[in-house]
Structure formats: structure tokens, C-alpha cells
Design a protein around this ligand. Structure first.
Ligand SMILES: Nc1nc2c(c(=O)[nH]1)N[C@H]1C(S)=C(S)[C@@H](COP(=O)(O)O)O[C@H]1N2
Ligand SMILES: [Mo]
Length: 415
């Protein structure tokens, strides 16, 4: 983590931007932006600083010593099995799925870590992803993940027949109620449309082996999806001809195919600001399926008894909404693990090393706004993302079960 240079660049850019950004704002006036804050969030979250979402009793990341070895979660005992689902159940499944060469512990050919890392030398990919839970109101963290596309791992099994979905699970104990699993369609796994990113089995995070707490030794990474598709402690893959989706999240009233949503999240900040001092609004914006056009904020002056505003309240929609500053890309050599060039990361131009989009596709960046000239009073600060189609958050997918992205509010009193 190194925020010095992002701060420097932020300061260079923000003077010009703040002035234009604030034009038209009724409650704010543009002045010098020398007090602009540094990017409040690192570009890469240290592995141990992510928020953790994990099931299991005991939780897999709490295992130590012999228990860890027995669970096959120690690097030297980790194994991945890949098998075909033999089930036939008309009318849904008329023919069973088949694999030429299943990989099993019993057969002595389950995939181990050295073989996965060797595959990585030939087919390896690197990708910076924002991890976000469909049900939680703050981003969990952002990591540089490194691994092998799932399709290249599946090729170890030879020919596949009658395969429509690929299921995968993490470690769980013998209680079936503790299984956490997810799935993808055959097409999603085998093909990558231009500009999209492949699903991969990650074995490194931020240049180091993935620690147990983040799902190591090996974790599935589904770039475009919420966290529930990125299964930790990966140990089993099974290919099936059953088209029905019984992801753990599908059985818990969530949309199992929802992609990461474009959304702005608001940081906490001081509850009181002295008159004459700027109010600084900061947060994170995730670039989801529909990308980010801008982040904007709205200041609402309220009395002590202000009611809650719905996200589609006419007062809220009217605004005025004023653009925020998205913290520009960092000096990559200062934030990436030593020896790693941005050119080699998916989502960056191979020749120039520049990000293809900013914020990165399925990544997140900090944003901020410096709000000046607020007279003493009580205010609500909101921000929202506008996607590349022009839809303002929480549209176009306001349904919470497709991913929580309601407009967040912070209160501040100017005294
Ligand atoms: N094996 C396993 N993988 C899992 C989960 C789990 O409970 N068990 N939780 C999922 C969910 S719902 C989320 S949001 C992410 C959270 O990832 P993190 O703990 O690394 O932040 O992990 C996913 N992978
Ligand atoms: Mo989640």
C-alpha cells in the first residue's frame, strides 16, 4: 500500500475538477482544493484487511495444525477433485454428464498445488477484483488475484459430454448443511467474450500465496460476479447435465446469476464540522456490469425531525446532484507487488500498461468531494453512481436480491 503518489496526483487534478464539478451547486461554492483528502482507501486491500463472509462450524479458516492438514487445506495436502454427475432425472436430465478422465483422490490423480502452479506458468492470468457481497452494504476489499482459467483446468479431464453446468464447492465438514457451492454455465466457463474476463482458480493474492482467511490455498474467482460465486477453500468441481441452478445463494432467495452492481458507497466521517471548514465526503465506487460514468453527490438540508427519503423520492431525484472526483489511477509500480507490471494484468493495455477503463472493470476506486460554504445546520450527504447507460443508482437493478445497492446517507452538522 502506498498512497503518497495517489495523493499527489489527486491534488494536482482536483483543483481544476472541483471548480467545474461544483458549478451549479446551490449549497457549495468552488474555492481552492488544497484541503482535498488523500485517497481514503488503498488500491489493493491487504489480504488480512478484507471483511470476511464465511459459513461453517468450525469455520475453515479457524483450522490449525493437524486439523488443517486433514482438511486438505495445507498447501502440501490441498487437492482438487473433478468428477461428473452421474444422475439422470427426466425431463430435466435425460443423459448423464461424462468426463474422459475424472480427477479423484481415490484414483490418485487429484490436482495438487504444484501442478496448478505449473499450469499457471503456461496459462496464468492476473486480475484486480473488488470483492463484494450481494447482501452487505460495504465493499469487502480489492485484491490482485492470480491463477489459472477454469477452462484450462477442465481440459486436464479430456473430453466432456452432456455438460451444461459446472458446480464447485469449498471445504466443508461432513454435515451437508454446511456445503457452500456455486455454479456457472458451460459457455461462461469455456468462452470469454472480448473485453470480458475468464473465471479462474486463484492461488495468489497481492503477489503472495492466498492466506487461509481469504480462501487459500486455492479459491475460485469469478470476475464479474458478487462474492458468492468466488468460492473459498476450493476442493471439488463437478460437471453436470442438470440445467437447474442450485447454488447455495439460489436456495436463499438471491438472484444466482446477478452480476456485480455499479454502486457508490459512502464512508463514515465526522458528525460535526465547524462553520467555515469544508465538509469532505469520501467513499468507494464499484464498477459493475454496466461500468461507471460518474459519481455524484447531493446535499440535503434537514431539520431535526427529517423523515427517511426513499431512493425514488421526487426530492431525491431532483437533487441537484453534483459530480464527485474519482481518485485517478495510482503509480502502478508503487502499489503492485515488486516485479509485477500492469501490462500483464487483465484489464490493462498490454503495450502501454494503462488501465482500459477507470475505475477498472469489476474493480473499485475511491472518490471524494470537498463541499464548502454550508451554513450552520443539519445536513444529509448522499452519493450515487451513474452507469455507462446513464442509469443512476439504484437503477437499473433496484431489486435487493440482485445485489444490495441502495443510496447511502451520511449525516453531518455544521456548527
Ligand atoms: N467456501 C466458502 N466460500 C465462500 C463463502 C463461504 O461461506 N464459504 N462465502 C462467499 C460469500 S457469500 C462472499 S461475499 C465471499 C466473501 O469473501 P471474503 O471473505 O474473502 O471477503 O466469499 C464467498 N465464498
Ligand atoms: Mo456474500
Amino acid at each position: 500500500m502506498n498512497d503518497r503518489s495517489s495523493r499527489r496526483r489527486f491534488l494536482q487534478k482536483s483543483t481544476a475538477l472541483t471548480a467545474s464539478a461544483l458549478a451549479g451547486g446551490v449549497t457549495a461554492s468552488a474555492q481552492d482544493a488544497k484541503a482535498a483528502p488523500p485517497a481514503p482507501h488503498p488500491v489493493l486491500t491487504p489480504a488480512e484487511d478484507f471483511e470476511t463472509v464465511a459459513r461453517g462450524n468450525p469455520k475453515p479458516h479457524s483450522l490449525r495444525g493437524e486439523a488443517l492438514v486433514k482438511a486438505r487445506l495445507a498447501p502440501e495436502t490441498w487437492r482438487l477433485e473433478i468428477t461428473a454427475d452421474p444422475k439422470v432425472e427426466p425431463p430435466h436430465v435425460r443423459q448423464p454428464a461424462e468426463l474422459d478422465r475424472p480427477l479423484t483422490i481415490e484414483g490418485g490423480n487429484a490436482l495438487d498445488l504444484p501442478r496448478l502452479i505449473a499450469l499457471g506458468r503456461e496459462h496464468g492470468v492476473k486480475f484486480i477484483k473488488a470483492m463484494q457481497c450481494l447482501n452487505i452494504a460495504t465493499p469487502l476489499g480489492q485484491g490482485l488475484w492470480e491463477g489459472v482459467p477454469l477452462r484450462d483446468v477442465l481440459r486436464l479431464c479430456g473430453r466432456m459430454n452432456n455438460v451444461r453446468r459446472i458446480y464447485y464447492r469449498g471445504f466443508h465438514n461432513n454435515d451437508p448443511g454446511q456445503i457452500f457451492q456455486s455454479s456457472l454455465s458451460y459457455t461462461q466457463v469455456m468462452e470469454t467474450p472480448p473485453g470480458e474476463l475468464p473465471v479462474f482458480l486463484a492461488f495468489k493474492l497481492n503477489g503472495e500465496p492466498i492466506p487461509l482467511i481469504r480462501g487459500g490455498p486455492v479459491r475460485m474467482i469469478v470476475p464479474w460476479a458478487h462474492g458468492f460465486k468466488s468460492i473459498k477453500w476450493l476442493q471439488q468441481i463437478f460437471v453436470t447435465n442438470d440445467h437447474r441452478i442450485n447454488d447455495t445463494y439460489a436456495l436463499q432467495n438471491n438472484d444466482p446469476d446477478s452480476a456485480l452492481k455499479t454502486a457508490a458507497y459512502v464512508d463514515d466521517g465526522p458528525k460535526e464540522v465547524a462553520r467555515g471548514e469544508p465538509v469532505v465526503l469520501t467513499g468507494l465506487v464499484i464498477s459493475g456490469l454496466s461500468g461507471v460514468k460518474r459519481v455524484e453527490y447531493w446535499v440535503r438540508e434537514v431539520g431535526t425531525d427529517a423523515g427517511r427519503l426513499a431512493d425514488d423520492d421526487p426530492e431525491l431525484l431532483r437533487g441537484p446532484w453534483i459530480p464527485c472526483e474519482i481518485t485517478p489511477p495510482p503509480e502502478w509500480d508503487e502499489v503492485l507487488p515488486p516485479g509485477l507490471r500492469p501490462h500483464d494484468i487483465l484489464g490493462f493495455d498490454r503495450t502501454t500498461g494503462q488501465p482500459l477503463t477507470w475505475p477498472l472493470r469489476y474493480g473499485m476506486a475511491s472518490y471524494s468531494a470537498v463541499i464548502r460554504g454550508l451554513k450552520p445546520g443539519i445536513y444529509e450527504l448522499r452519493s450515487r453512481a451513474v452507469d455507462l447507460n446513464g442509469f443512476a443508482q439504484p437503477e437499473p437493478r433496484a431489486q435487493r436480491k440482485a445485489g444490495k445497492n441502495n443510496i447511502q446517507v451520511r449525516s453531518v452538522t455544521v456548527i
